[in-house]
Each structure stands twice: as structure tokens, then as C-alpha cells.
Design a protein around this ligand. Structure first.
Ligand SMILES: *[C@@H]1O[C@H](CO)[C@@H](O)[C@H](O)[C@H]1NC(C)=O
Ligand SMILES: *[C@@H]1O[C@H](CO)[C@@H](O)[C@H](O)[C@H]1NC(C)=O
Ligand SMILES: *[C@@H]1O[C@H](CO)[C@@H](O)[C@H](O)[C@H]1NC(C)=O
Ligand SMILES: *[C@@H]1O[C@H](CO)[C@@H](O)[C@H](O)[C@H]1NC(C)=O
Ligand SMILES: *[C@@H]1O[C@H](CO)[C@@H](O)[C@H](O)[C@H]1NC(C)=O
Ligand SMILES: *[C@@H]1O[C@H](CO)[C@@H](O)[C@H](O)[C@H]1NC(C)=O
Ligand SMILES: *[C@@H]1O[C@H](CO)[C@@H](O)[C@H](O)[C@H]1NC(C)=O
Ligand SMILES: *[C@@H]1O[C@H](CO)[C@@H](O)[C@H](O)[C@H]1NC(C)=O
Ligand SMILES: *[C@@H]1O[C@H](CO)[C@@H](O)[C@H](O)[C@H]1NC(C)=O
Ligand SMILES: *[C@@H]1O[C@H](CO)[C@@H](O)[C@H](O)[C@H]1NC(C)=O
Ligand SMILES: *[C@@H]1O[C@H](CO)[C@@H](O)[C@H](O)[C@H]1NC(C)=O
Ligand SMILES: *[C@@H]1O[C@H](CO)[C@@H](O)[C@H](O)[C@H]1NC(C)=O
Length: 749
């Protein structure tokens, strides 16, 4: 009986285009249970059965708990449903707490069923691989993949180690290693090279050791994804090539792409081999066959972006459909079942270029509707599916972008995340086939990601009040949990996480993280909003007080890592928002013709606040610059270890500050990290206050060009630094969260 059902399940699996066709087995789920709930693993059993795609049934069994499922991913989701709903535990970005299951597993009683409302549950933005995961080791990836699998994600992007196979493909067509080196970008910037936005590395060539090590990591990641029932969206040949290809193949159809984000010619205008040139198919076939050899036949879904923030050579409709027809033909030549996955960001960010007829021509070059998956990248605020007739019938995924550059401000719109996907799914003629997350970085605000992945398993909108209560109870996982903890989250969820302003629908950037200036920092909307869309005194402040009170009432809370994280995070937001008030006072002092010493005095609270912020962040391991640098340096080995380590540290530092050799997208990926606040943001503000006081005393006018040049110079110096060599540059945490938060509440409210 069991066997027959398993065979039937195998048949039902091939239904969704592109998902893995390998014979499923449950070894990966048993391994997951052993890894995360070792003392209870023997009590869980799993079986595959025929039935509705991606569904599960949890029931009591003589030996414990049984999960029956139609797919491996649904089994993981079934296990998760038990662990969270009955076990009261969860796994977080800050770590797995699943070992906190009760000693005696609660019974289920009446069997519980669940099913996914969409075939694809997707995760990752191409740039998450750099803003968050650039330096992750296997253990960090393992936590991430378990986090994803348990939440029922079955389609993760899988970019790690791309360059290894790309280099092999380049060599095969005759490119030299020097040609290839001039094209590839540094370890913290690979995403934008993969997108064709940038080329080359401004601080030295990408070391081959890095390429080999990442490739070795990728082999483990792909195997693990497959084992967990996920179909990795694999890389492919995109068409971006070293400049020298044009010399080697003078007759090939080659163009240069557009400039990106103010980078000088040498680092951008990537060379692009037109997909209708036969050489494109040759390289695609080579790339994909090498990749299949390396990772096995684990997926037919390929990520491929040609025009992300990079406009096509021509807007001619015939050209556009020719490009996609050629690209798709190359994929199919390499894999007859290939499905093309692309990020739809361009249709929003370059909406002036991407008129509807151009989008229709571009997508229309690909025959059939199941042959593509478009990620509607920013569905929660700037959806494009609704202006493109549901991408003219192509499959698409409702995605939450939410975060730019791994910025860390609190923000969210829970109402949209629970209602938006269902409205899109149920709209007439909808070709929506998935729900997913596409944040540029994973930093805090976990609730907004959790709720969307949970919504993918509910055909009615989740009840936000009940959801938040349940989420907080398992996040803090102590009994009794003081009401004050619930109060804090109810308040945040109905204010900070109910932001309906579509022009500030992303993590709010803190202005102290921006290069100091007299104008342009506050009240920004759009891509990097700095406008605070709520009243701090009526939201963040009482929420922090409630959390603090909860920690007083229930001291066990203080040793809960997620509680500690939240307390630091909310206190961080309080200080960030207060900074704006002091900044405005400084400007007022400067504008009214007061003395230099009055200006200096008005600057003192800003610097004092940043000192306190640095001390607050230093108490928690999740808010440390030194961890980012340590992770980067940990990849250095071999006979050039010292130089390699310095190179990696430069990459790590440059990405989060200047982002480019000369501050091309300065402060885009800024972070609220101890060390960064203390050794970079604070000195910048100190220099700014000095400048204002000094010009005031001389009666000189404010020179924005000169201020900005001074800030870039500070950034260059800082990027060259070596952590641990300067005053107070320590590794690991420092100080006690609880004491520091008490001081923050006393001093800054
Ligand atoms: C390029 O095309 C020209 C004209 O058709 C031909 O003479 C030449 O041999 C071609 N070169 C290469 C490298 O194929
Ligand atoms: C692309 O840019 C390079 C460097 O500026 C230039 O040498 C080359 O001619 C350009 N190629 C095309 C096809 O425009
Ligand atoms: C993958 O599939 C191809 C044909 O599609 C086949 O030739 C090859 O042997 C398969 N490789 C593995 C590792 O299963
Ligand atoms: C379309 O592709 C073909 C090659 O397949 C090429 O000859 C033709 O010029 C292309 N048309 C346009 C409009 O780019
Ligand atoms: C699509 O939906 C968004 C968000 O609701 C809205 O702002 C936009 O106007 C809609 N576009 C069209 C063409 O309906
Ligand atoms: C793709 O979807 C569109 C819109 O629903 C439809 O008009 C078209 O016939 C579909 N194409 C195929 C090949 O099914
Ligand atoms: C949502 O949940 C809350 C708290 O559990 C409950 O009071 C409320 O009635 C629920 N709302 C709906 C519409 O079910
Ligand atoms: C920002 O906007 C708020 C509310 O509109 C206003 O009170 C404040 O003065 C503005 N700040 C600046 C620096 O313009
Ligand atoms: C918030 O509280 C601070 C500190 O008490 C006060 O200075 C500020 O004016 C208040 N802001 C608002 C908008 O009420
Ligand atoms: C200070 O002066 C600048 C330049 O004149 C002006 O843009 C700004 O709004 C003023 N700020 C305050 C807080 O008065
Ligand atoms: C402002 O500073 C820049 C760069 O230091 C300098 O070139 C320029 O002359 C200055 N402008 C004025 C008005 O002093
Ligand atoms: C940073 O280091 C590079 C390479 O060692 C050097 O060329 C550059 O001058 C340094 N810049 C600063 C501002 O220290």
C-alpha cells in the first residue's frame, strides 16, 4: 500500500513545469529532523502519498507524529506546522530553537491538513548573495536552507560558485585568463557582474582560490537543496562577456551595454553577445552541460537577467523579441525542458523604457506560457503584473522586496502581505503561480517575511492579530510570557508594520548612515526612504518600554536570543529616529547666525548619540561589523593568506560604505553595526560638525562639493583599514544589553 502510494506520488510530481524530475525520497526530511530536533527525531515519521500538489496531513501515530505528504517540500512544511503550532518553537535567522520542543510531544488529535495555494514558493534576490550571503560558510547556509525548507519554499535561487563554470566556458571559446580576469568582479560584488552592470574588480583580480572554494560550497548547497525537496533556480550563460570576445570573434554580433550608476567606462558598459548569434547557443550549451555534470540533473529552471538596470541596445520591438527568442532557444538547445526565470525589477525601475508593447514583445519572443517565470519583484508596493495583463500569460511570482541593500530600519505592511497575493491570484485571467521573497538583504523585520511564506499555505487572508500573537509566543518561547511582550508587538504590528505609504515601502534608512550634508538627508521617499511614516513617541518608544518591562517581569526572557535581538533592534530604531531631531537642531543652529561654539554645542548630542548607539549594538552578535569582516577573512588561506585576507576585508568594507572605487553608490548598503557606527559614521559626523563650526568662525560659505569630497576621502581611508588594529576595535560582543537599554531609556526619551 505505502509503496503503491509512493509510486503514484512520483507520477504527480512532474506536473509543474521545471521542477525537479528526480525520484523523490524522504531521506532529506529524516536528516532534517535529526539535525534540528535530535532528541525527538525518532518520533517523527513521513510518507509520500498521492493527492493534491503540495499538501500534507499531520496525525498522531503509535510512535509519535506522522506526516503524510505529496511532495518532499510539503513534508517539510508539515513538520514545520507541527513544530510551530504544537511544539511552540521555531527556527530564525538568529538561530534554530527547535530543540526547545516539549519533552513529551503534544498530540495532534484530529488530523491537520495543509496545502500550498501556489506551486512555487520562491526565495532570494540575485543581490542577496552579496548583501547578505557573500561570505557565508556551509553552516550559515545550512541554517538558511533549513529555515527555507521548513517554511515550504521549493524554489530558491542558487548563484553561489557561478564563476567556476563560466570561466570554463570562456576558456573553451578561446578567451585567455587575463581577458577573463579583467571581466570578473570582486567577492562582494559578483551579483552586479552577473547582472551585466559592472565588470572587473577595482581592488585586484578575483582570486582563483575564491572561485574554486565557492564552487566546492555550491556542490554541497545544491545537493542539500535537492535533498530538502527544493528545485534550485540555476545560473545559465547570460551573454555578458569579456571585451576580448569581440576581437576573437570579429563577426559575432556583440554590443556594449549601458552605463550603470555613474561607474566609469572601465567598470561598466558590459559587453553583451547578442543571443541570436550562434555563438550564444554554443556557449549556453557548453555552460549548461558542464553545470549538469557538476551538480546532476536537479533542475530545469534557469535564472537569466539581461537588462536589470541596463537598458537594451535597441528598443525596437523586433530586436527585443529576437533577443528573447534567441535566448530561450539556447536554453532549450541545452536542456529540452528548460524554463527561464527572470527578475521583473527592470519593468519598474526602467518603466520609461519598458512600455507595455516592449514588455509584450520581449516576453512574446518566448513561445508558450509555462516556459517562463517572471518574478514580480516588488509586488507589495510597485506591482507590474497589473499593467502587463498578468505578464501576458507567462507564469509569474508575487514577491516581497521590502529591503534595499540590507538596510535595517523597521517597516512593513502586514495587511498587504496577507491580502495582496490572494487578490492577485484570484484576479481574472491571472497567471500567478508563486509567492516569494526577494529582499536585497536579510536584516531584521523577520515578521514580514514569515507572514508572507505562511500566507502561501492559506487560501484566506491570515488573521494578523492572531498571527502576531502566535508569532511572538513562539519567538520568545517562555511561560508565562508577560502581556507586555504581546502589547509591544500588537502596537508595532498596527503601526510600524501597517505602513500604507507606497513611496516609503521599504526598510527606512537611518540618516546618520548617510554622508553628512546640509540638505537632502531627511524626508526622502522612493528607493531609500528616510521619512519616518509613524510617530516614534507613540510607537517605537512605548514598544521598547513594554519589551523592557516584559524582561523585568520575566527574567528568563533576557536570555532568549530573539528577545535580546528585538530589544536591541527597537532601541536602535529609537536612537535612529531621535538622531533626526538633533540633526534638525544642528541645522537650525547653523542657519541662525550663532557663534561657532554654539554650532559645536548643537553638534554634541549627535556625536553622543552615535557613541551610545555603537555601545548598544556592540552588546549583540547580530549587530557587529567585526562579524562581517571575520566572515570575509575566514575565506583566506594558502600561501598568500595575508594579502588575500586584506583583499577580502577591503571588499567587505567597500560594499557597505563607498560601494565602488570612488563612492559611486555611496552608503547604499549601509548598516547599523557596532564598529561601523563607531569608527565610520561617528567620525564623519564629527568632521561635519567641525566643518560647520570652522566655516562659521571664518564666515565662509558652506561648500557642498568640498564636504562631499571630504566624506569620500574618509571612506577611502576607512575601506583600507584592518579591523583590530585601531583603538577599541575588538572582536565579539561587549557590554550588557540590558544595562545599555536601561541607559538609553533614561537618557534619550
Ligand atoms: C568574417 O566574415 C568575413 C566576411 O564574411 C569572412 O571573410 C571572415 O573569414 C569571417 N571571419 C571569421 C573569423 O569568421
Ligand atoms: C565596447 O567598449 C569598448 C571599450 O570602450 C570599445 O573598445 C568597443 O569598441 C566597444 N564595442 C562596441 C561593439 O561598441
Ligand atoms: C542528465 O540528463 C541527461 C539527458 O537529459 C543524461 O544524458 C545524463 O546522463 C543525466 N545525468 C545525470 C547525472 O543523471
Ligand atoms: C533577428 O535575428 C536574426 C538571426 O537569427 C538576425 O539575422 C536578424 O537581424 C535579427 N533581427 C533583428 C531585428 O534584430
Ligand atoms: C497596480 O497596482 C498598484 C498598487 O495597487 C497601483 O498603484 C497601480 O496604479 C496599479 N496599476 C494599474 C495599471 O492598474
Ligand atoms: C498564454 O496566455 C495568454 C493570456 O492568457 C493566452 O492568450 C495565450 O493563448 C497563452 N498561450 C499559450 C500558448 O497557451
Ligand atoms: C482575529 O484574531 C483575533 C485574536 O485572536 C480575534 O479576536 C478576532 O476575532 C479575529 N478576527 C477575525 C476576523 O476572525
Ligand atoms: C520632514 O517632514 C516633517 C513632516 O512633514 C516636517 O515636520 C519636518 O520639518 C521635515 N523635515 C525637514 C528637515 O524638512
Ligand atoms: C517626542 O518626544 C521627544 C522627547 O520627549 C520630544 O522632544 C518630541 O518633541 C516628541 N515628538 C513628538 C512628535 O511629539
Ligand atoms: C538651513 O538652510 C538651508 C539652506 O539655506 C535650508 O535648505 C534648510 O532648510 C535650513 N534648515 C533649517 C533647519 O532651517
Ligand atoms: C568648493 O569646493 C570645491 C572642491 O574643494 C572647489 O573646487 C570649489 O572652488 C569650491 N567652491 C567655492 C564656491 O568655494
Ligand atoms: C588604499 O590602499 C590602496 C592600495 O594599497 C592605495 O593605493 C590607496 O592609496 C589607499 N588609499 C587611502 C586613502 O589610504
Amino acid at each position: 500500500m505505502a509503496l503503491r502510494r509512493a509510486l503514484l506520488a512520483f507520477v504527480s510530481l512532474g506536473l509543474v513545469a521545471g521542477l525537479a524530475d528526480a525520484k523523490p525520497d524522504l531521506n532529506g526530511i529524516y536528516a532534517l529532523a535529526k539535525r534540528r530536533v535530535p532528541t525527538h527525531a525518532h518520533a517523527f515519521s513521513f510518507s509520500l502519498a498521492d493527492g493534491e500538489a503540495d499538501s500534507f496531513v499531520i496525525s498522531d501515530a503509535p510512535s509519535g507524529i506522522h506526516v503524510e505528504c505529496t511532495t518532499v517540500s510539503a513534508c517539510a512544511r508539515g513538520l514545520y506546522t507541527y513544530l510551530t503550532t504544537y511544539g511552540g518553537t521555531d527556527i530564525w535567522w538568529t538561530g534554530s530553537r527547535l530543540t526547545h520542543l516539549p519533552a513529551y510531544l503534544p498530540k495532534v488529535g484530529i488530523p491537520v491538513q495543509g496545502h500550498a495555494i501556489v506551486p512555487y514558493r520562491y526565495h532570494f534576490n540575485t543581490v542577496t548573495f552579496d548583501y547578505t550571503a557573500a561570505f557565508w560558510d556551509f553552516d550559515q547556509w545550512e541554517l538558511e536552507l533549513d529555515w527555507l525548507a521548513l517554511r515550504g519554499v521549493n524554489l530558491p535561487l542558487a548563484w553561489v560558485g557561478y564563476e567556476y563554470i563560466l570561466i570554463e566556458t570562456f576558456r573553451e571559446v578561446g578567451l585567455s585568463d587575463a581577458d577573463i580576469s579583467s571581466f570578473l568582479s570582486g567577492p562582494a560584488f559578483q551579483a552586479w557582474n552577473r547582472f551585466g552592470n559592472i565588470q572587473g574588480s577595482w581592488d585586484g583580480d578575483l582570486p582563483i582560490t575564491w572561485v574554486n572554494d565557492q564552487f566546492a560550497l555550491q556542490k554541497r548547497l545544491i545537493a542539500r537543496m535537492a535533498e530538502l525537496g527544493m528545485t534550485p533556480a540555476l545560473p545559465s550563460f547570460t551573454g555578458f562577456v569579456p571585451r576580448a570576445l569581440a576581437t576573437l570573434y570579429p563577426n559575432a554580433s556583440i554590443v556594449n551595454g549601458s552605463e550603470w550608476s555613474g561607474f566609469p567606462e572601465v567598470w561598466t558598459h558590459d559587453t553583451f553577445l547578442n543571443p541570436f548569434d550562434p555563438l550564444f547557443t554554443t556557449m549556453q550549451t557548453s555552460f549548461i552541460s558542464k553545470q549538469r555534470e557538476a551538480y546532476g540533473n536537479v533542475s530545469h529552471i534557469y535564472t537569466l537577467d539581461q537588462y536589470n538596470e541596463n537598458n537594451p541596445f535597441s528598443g525596437d520591438l523586433a530586436y527585443l523579441s529576437n533577443v528573447t527568442a534567441g535566448t530561450f532557444a539556447s536554453l532549450r538547445a541545452a536542456d529540452p525542458d528548460a524554463v527561464w526565470l527572470m527578475q521583473g525589477w527592470l519593468f519598474f525601475s526602467s518603466s520609461a523604457f519598458w512600455t507595455n508593447d516592449r514588455i509584450e514583445a520581449y516576453l512574446g519572443g518566448v513561445p508558450g506560457n509555462d516556459s517562463m517565470i517572471v518574478l514580480d519583484l516588488y509586488s507589495e508596493a510597485q506591482p507590474q503584473w497589473n499593467r502587463t495583463s498578468s505578464y501576458f500569460g507567462k507564469q509569474w511570482v508575487w514577491c516581497e522586496l521590502h529591503d534595499y541593500g540590507g538596510n535595517m530600519g523597521l517597516e512593513g505592511n502586514l495587511n498587504e502581505l496577507t491580502h495582496g497575493p490572494l487578490a492577485a491570484l484570484n484576479s481574472p485571467g491571472s497567471s500567478m503561480k508563486g509567492i516569494g521573497l526577494t529582499p536585497e538583504g536579510q536584516e531584521g523585520n523577520e515578521i514580514v517575511y514569515d507572514i508572507l511564506l505562511d500566507q502561501a499555505w492559506s487560501s484566506v487572508p491570515l488573521n494578523i492579530t492572531a498571527y502576531v500573537d502566535g508569532w511572538v509566543a513562539r519567538r520568545y518561547n517562555v511561560k508565562p510570557l508577560p502581556k507586555a511582550a504581546h502589547d509591544a508587538w500588537r502596537l508595532l504590528s498596527t503601526t510600524v508594520y501597517s505602513n500604507t505609504d507606497v513611496n516609503s515601502q521599504a526598510t527606512i534608512k537611518s540618516i546618520y548612515e548617510l554622508a553628512p550634508a546640509l540638505t537632502g538627508l531627511t524626508n526622502r521617499t522612493g528607493h531609500h526612504p528616510t521619512r519616518i511614516p509613524y510617530d516614534t513617541n507613540a510607537t517605537i518608544l512605548p514598544a521598547l518600554k513594554s519589551l523592557y518591562q516584559a524582561g523585568v517581569q520575566q527574567p528568563l526572557l533576557r536570555s532568549n536570543p530573539e528577545f535580546a535581538y528585538d530589544v536591541v533592534d527597537v532601541a536602535r530604531q529609537l536612537l535612529s529616529n531621535r538622531f533626526i531631531d538633533y540633526y534638525e537642531r544642528l541645522l537650525t543652529a547653523y542657519n541662525s547666525s550663532l557663534s561657532a561654539s554654539a554650532v559645536r554645542a548643537a553638534g554634541e548630542p549627535l556625536l553622543d548619540l552615535l557613541t551610545d548607539l555603537d555601545a548598544l549594538l556592540a552588546t549583540n552578535g547580530n549587530f557587529l561589523l567585526s562579524n562581517w569582516i571575520r566572515d570575509a577573512r575566514s575565506w583566506a588561506h594558502g600561501k598568500n593568506k595575508k594579502a588575500y585576507g586584506a583583499y577580502l576585508e577591503y571588499n567587505a568594507r567597500n560594499q557597505i560604505t563607498l560601494w565602488g572605487p570612488d563612492g559611486e553608490i555611496n552608503d547604499y548598503a549601509s548598516k547599523a553595526w557596532a564598529g561601523l557606527v563607531g569608527t565610520y559614521y561617528r567620525p564623519r559626523w564629527a568632521a561635519f560638525v567641525d566643518y560647520l563650526a570652522e566655516t562659521k568662525s571664518r564666515g565662509a560659505v558652506y561648500n557642498a562639493t568640498s564636504v562631499s569630497a571630504q566624506m569620500v576621502a574618509l571612506g577611502k581611508e576607512w575601506s583600507n583599514g584592518t579591523w583590530g588594529t585601531g583603538k577599541g576595535e575588538t572582536w565579539g560582543t561587549k557590554g550588557n544589553t540590558w544595562d545599555v537599554v536601561r541607559e538609553v531609556l533614561d537618557k534619550w526619551t
